[in-house]
Design a protein around this ligand. Sequence first.
Ligand code: MG
Length: 325
Amino acid sequence: MPIGGGEAALIRRYFHALTAQRDGVELGVGDDAALLDADTGDRLAACCDTLVADVHFPADIPPEALGHRVLAVNLSDLAAVGARPAWTLLSVTLPEKDPAWLERFSEGFKTLADRYGVALVGGDTTHGPVAVSVTALGWVSDSMGLRRSGARPGDGIWVTGTLGDAARGLELWQGRTGETVSGDPAYLVGRLFRPEPRLAVGQALLGTATAAIDISDGLAADLARVLEESGVGATLSLPALPRSPAFMAEGGTLRHALHGGDDYELCLTVPPSREAEMARLSERLVTPLTRIGTVEETPGLRGEDADGAVSALDPEGYDHFAERA
Ligand SMILES: [Mg+2]
């Protein structure tokens, strides 16, 4: 059910021509569906993700952060298949029309969309508890793309950036005493609210990485999906998991790094013959790339600690790893 009082006017005010304009949009925001000139040769990548208040984000998230985040999580899915983002559709559910909220929300959405040249071409607005949903479309210039099913024994397991920041950030946000946070906590909350999709890494590793996934539910849970789809197992080097200085300063634990969701980093598997390229790529893209383990034939996920002791890791994550460093 549309928000009353002129949905068309609301769309015109906040979303028409909001983002970068792109060639190939034959019919954009405001009609029943977008008509996009499908280029030839490349593969069209499409994904959709919905965020619901108090389920996927704290209800007191700043609106501009939510605008950023709902687009970022979708662009992260495109990054995980090596796609170049092109178009997006946005659905917003609000209890009531709130111009100030929409102004801030759309600003956050626009800023990220502009950074990657993504055009908003359609969507919907309805009444209800706060929820936002985005569909994203992009192009993959490789017939295979990156997928979850290609990991092979011997491949190295790599991650972008650092792990656990968003999970620790959420705890700090929820436990704060004032209106805002600053310093290291603000960095960690920023990682939760404004994840940066690793689009350049995904595109650069087309044809190099054997498998990829973006980390939305936690490293262990998402890597386990790759292992299962690929019919392999893995051992992670627990001390190798990359952790930010702010995370270390603010009480981040191994449990956050292994099982904390919402970082939207990429986890990739790379054959040994291509490992030498990773350092150069990291430098060129100014993005940390860290080797954190090895794909093995034996199914299941294991962790090796600093003393060389190996134990099984539960992909879903329980507190029995909380004490391990
Ligand atoms: Mg994903």
